[in-house]
Design a protein around this ligand. Structure first.
Ligand SMILES: *Cc1c(COP(=O)(O)O)cnc(C)c1O
Length: 370
């Protein structure tokens, strides 16, 4: 029991009972725990970016013109329907928080399949919203009947579908998704399609969107997995009337001048990032092949830059493999505690060719030492 001094008691009791979002220390390890792009910018681009950033007026708040330039560049990149609007977030994490804030009415519910991205639930709790988790089917696809029943019963204000999903890497069946999104719209709720892993996926929901029908659909993207995790730049696109309401709870100047410029620079060099994504997809295939051949392991198809691997029947078994890999200098994510369906699972971020070679060697060694 930590002792309280009076000011601490002014912090909400439920906040004091929360656990902070954990970031593992990577100290000297090959870092394959957070879906970062392993590729640095080529030196010539690093220098060009540095010169551009050096000229920016950091004594001023971000200029509206710079923000508008990035809006235009992102709309050109993502190509949502012509009359859809866009808003920027300091990472898509900020947008997920703003969505919960904007929808925080008494009794409101946030829904997502489980296991999925933990921040949907954390931000719901922060706003004292009910969170309703609908278990995925055994193959990690959406349980369509369960989702439709839960939508009908709970009438969620927000429904999140991470497409592809984290940590499973799954891209949902298009028909099931269509019916679930339609049901969410029919009961007057908002559907948020979180496409953080779009650079590595075969499909985007933007190709399915029909603006006249889908005013309740928002598509969220981020430049984090694309290759700019350090820049913190997420964006949300959707019907202009809906975006305008959510934008009211966005802190002014939420994306800094340096971050705006980095994002602009990256989009001007989108071909370089597309090459990196192609390399990561090829490395993902190589990992899938090698992991599938490991005795006693199960691997699921992935459309993201991570692979979910069951290494043991229990959390303790997976913890031993995780510890063995860490002792050999490779940090991955042990996800057993996230959800019962993930018991015994590790989530491996796809790294560079060399990193993956070392990761596979560490994994084989950890698996063979009891
Ligand atoms: C990583 C991730 C995010 C967070 O992205 P940021 O833009 O870095 O905040 C959002 N959604 C999903 C599903 C993710 O895996």
């Amino acid at each position: 029991m930590t002792s309280l001094f009076p000011a601490l008691e002014r912090i909400r009791t439920d906040v004091r009972a929360m656990r902070a979002y954990g970031v593992q220390s990577a100290d000297g390890c090959i870092k394959l725990d957070a879906m970062e792009n392993p590729h640095a910018l080529p030196p010539a681009l690093q220098q060009a970016l540095g010169e551009r950033l050096g000229r920016l007026p950091v004594n001023r708040y971000p200029h509206a013109a710079q923000v508008e330039q990035l809006h235009a560049a992102l709309l050109g990149h993502a190509k949502p329907p012509a009359d859809w609007a866009l808003m920027l977030g300091n990472g898509s994490d900020e947008l997920i928080g703003l969505l919960a804030l904007a929808c925080a009415q008494p009794g409101a519910c946030v829904m997502a399949p489980a296991p999925s991205f933990v921040f949907y639930e954390m931000t719901a709790q922060q706003q004292r919203l009910r969170f309703c988790a609908v278990p995925l089917a055994a193959d990690f696809q959406l349980d369509e009947a369960a989702m439709l029943a839960a939508i009908e019963c709970e009438k969620p204000a927000l429904l999140y579908l991470a497409h592809p999903n984290n940590p499973t890497g799954t891209l949902w069946d298009t028909g099931a998704m269509q019916r679930i999104i339609a049901a969410q719209g029919a009961q007057g709720g908002i559907a948020v399609i979180d496409e953080a892993y779009q650079p590595f996926a075969a499909r985007t929901w933007l190709d399915e969107v029909q603006p006249a029908r889908d005013a309740h659909v928002l598509v969220m993207r981020t430049l984090s997995k694309f290759g700019l995790a350090g820049v913190r730049l997420g964006y949300l696109v959707g019907d202009a009337r809906l975006i305008a309401e959510i934008d009211k709870v966005r802190p002014p100047y939420n994306v800094g001048t340096l971050n705006l410029e980095c994002a602009l620079f990256a989009l001007e060099h989108a071909d370089e990032f597309a090459r990196q994504a192609a390399d990561i997809r090829a490395q993902r295939q190589r990992l899938m092949n090698e992991l599938a051949a490991l005795p006693g392991c199960t691997v699921w198809p992935s459309e993201g830059n991570m692979v979910l691997l069951r290494v043991a029947g229990t959390a303790e078994g997976a913890q031993r493999v995780f510890d063995g890999m860490k002792a050999r200098g490779v940090l991955v994510k042990h996800v057993s505690a996230m959800h019962p369906q993930l018991a015994g699972c590790l989530r491996l971020t796809v790294g560079s060719a060399e990193e993956n070679t070392q990761m596979l060697a560490a994994l084989r060694a950890a698996l063979s030492t009891p």
